[in-house]
Design a protein around this ligand. Structure first.
Ligand code: NDP
Length: 525
């Protein structure tokens, strides 16, 4: 069945069981039930992502009345479960990972458990995909799921093409299985470099068309990320100054305090540039820099995201050191506790050349942004966990106020993504008293206190969108490919030249000195 036209941004749903009468900002936050019946098949249902993120998100949707009335959840992995033991496993994982007010119990759990089944399978075996087909058909009969399917690839990326190929062999592809709609959600990373991303795309598009492919980047499901568009295009005061005439520079930060945890083997083959900059940070960059879309339709927004990425000149290989900085953490202190350096983490080589910090300067060759630098950085084991976008405006043209010793700082608009979610504006104000002292102050909006609710977790929002057929917050192939093209010269240069200065920043610090040589004005972490 052909995919319906994608919906726009207006479908944001957030829980609101109480309080709408108390806080007028909460009006419009009521949950809305997804109408199409459907099944979600989770490939990799015994894995880490499923138990920590995906299952709690689906169960939360159930508790909020957001799931369709006719719904099936099918787990698919090698671990030895049957339907009953998988249900028990799900219950245990919800007890472990669901928020305190969303633990499984009573009729609400029993009702949800009825929708769960499991196919014990190997991705390499077509017969097991026939078992999956039988389970889907049974769900259509018994749960009324109407032939609609979402295939969620929560597995190691190397097996993505295998799964897609077997879906086709088992006639579970949209062309053969035309009783309802079929969509595929692909976890990140979409490829490990430009060539592998293109190969993966070729494998997926042999079976699914772009309308049915949902490349997930969970950063895009975070409420403040979505609010970048609302901030820019639902207000009159920001857009007129959103250009080279007023903006001095933009910095985008995705900093973590955590190290590589248990994922050393994966991370040592990835690094900060591929793990964060190519996807999360580049998506934020595109949303901040893109032109106003003609409508809130998914493709109108995604057209503009691609367009601005295509206006970023690719760095020449011999210019890489002028537009980027890399780092790797050594031992240090986080929250008062000593932590080891990257090279002493489990499954990491003692002479690893992998960067745990990456900073990149991008420019945009268009009328709006000519001459405005965008600085992107991401790293592990930094002083503070913070993701934010800071737009720094130009300095005042003429000094009128303030003691000569007062610095008059430029205005900065900060979109706070995590851990705080909100928007802050730094501006200059007169210090009370007879003297003309000027000091920076903040106007600070926080989503939690402003709207009186916590933002729904990103996976919940994105799963709901995939069920509704809204691709707005999923990355289209042209943007994925372009983001790979932008980072490829840097990635190749870094891969082919060993950094003998590694480790070059202490865990718990502000990052390597080279980042400050690239851009001295990074906001303090
Ligand atoms: P895990 O290694 O924890 O889980 C992998 C899953 O795939 C397991 O259920 C495993 O089943 C199954 N699997 C692997 N090979 C086969 C096979 N041949 N046949 C059948 N099942 C197989 O991975 P994660 O959950 O951590 O990650 C999954 C995806 O999500 C990856 O793409 C990752 O990059 C992405 N991701 C993960 C995040 C996280 O926090 N974990 C965050 C963001 C993205 P079994 O063990 O039963 O064999």
């Amino acid at each position: 069945m052909p995919e319906a036209a994608t919906a726009g941004l207006a479908s944001t749903a957030a829980p609101s069981r109480d309080g709408a009468a108390v806080n007028p900002l909460r009006q419009g936050l009521e949950s809305d039930r997804i109408s199409d019946p459907c099944n979600i098949v989770f490939f990799g249902a015994s894995g880490d992502l499923f138990k920590r993120m995906l299952l709690p998100a689906v169960y939360s949707m159930h508790l909020k009345g957001m799931l369709p009335e006719k719904f099936g959840l099918i787990g698919f992995a090698r671990s030895d479960f049957d339907d009953d033991t998988f249900r028990a496993y799900c219950r245990t994982q919800l007890e472990n990972f669901a928020p305190p007010d969303q633990k499984p119990s009573g009729d609400l759990w029993n009702e949800f458990a009825k929708s769960i089944s499991y196919v014990c399978a190997d991705f390499k075996d077509t017969k097991h995909f026939e078992d999956l087909r039988a389970q889907l058909e049974e769900n259509d009969r018994t749960l009324g799921t109407a032939g609609n399917r979402i295939y969620y690839l929560a597995t190691p990326p190397p097996v993505f093409p295998e799964i897609v190929k077997h879906l086709k062999l088992a006639k579970l592809d949209p062309k053969s299985d035309d009783r309802g709609w079929s969509r595929i959600v692909v976890e990140k990373p979409f490829g490990t470099d430009l060539a592998s991303a293109r190969a993966l795309q070729a494998a997926v598009e042999r079976v699914f068309n772009e309308r049915s492919i949902y490349r997930i980047d969970h950063y895009l499901g975070k409420e403040p990320v979505q609010d970048i568009l609302a901030l820019r295009f639902a207000n009159t005061i920001f857009e007129p100054i959103w250009n080279r005439n007023y903006v001095h520079s933009v910095q985008i930060t995705a900093a973590e305090q955590l190290g590589v945890e248990q994922r050393g083997a994966y991370y040592d083959n990835a690094g900060a540039l591929r793990d964060m900059i190519q996807n999360h940070v580049m998506n934020l960059f595109a949303l901040v820099a893109m032109e106003p879309p003609a409508s809130s339709d998914a493709n109108a927004i995604r057209d503009e995201k691609f367009k601005v990425l295509s206006e970023v000149p690719l760095p020449a290989i011999d210019a890489v050191s002028r537009v980027s900085a890399r780092g790797q953490y050594g031992p240090g202190t986080i929250d008062g506790a000593a932590v080891p350096g990257y090279r002493n983490e489990a499954d990491v080589g003692l002479d690893s050349n992998t960067e745990t910090f990456a900073a990149v300067k991008l420019t945009i060759d268009n009328w709006r942004w000519a001459g405005v630098p965008f600085f992107l950085r991401s790293g592990k084991r930094l002083a503070r966990k913070v993701s934010e976008i800071a737009v720094t405006f130009k300095p005042i043209p003429h000094r009128l106020y303030g003691d000569e010793t007062d610095a008059i700082e430029p205005n900065v608009l900060v979109v706070k993504i995590q851990p705080d979610e909100g928007i802050a504006l730094r501006f200059e104000a007169k210090v009370p008293g007879p003297k003309q002292h000027i000091r920076s102050v903040y106007m600070d909006f926080n989503y939690g206190t402003g709207f009186g609710v916590q933002s729904p977790p990103a996976y919940e929002r994105l799963l709901a969108d995939a069920m509704r057929g809204d691709q707005t917050l999923f990355t289209r192939w042209d943007a994925v490919e372009r983001a790979w093209e932008i980072v490829t010269p840097i990635q190749e240069k870094w891969q082919n030249t060993k950094d003998f200065g590694f480790p070059n920043y202490a865990a718990g610090s502000q990052g390597p000195q080279s980042a400050f040589e690239l851009f001295p004005d990074w906001r303090k972490l």
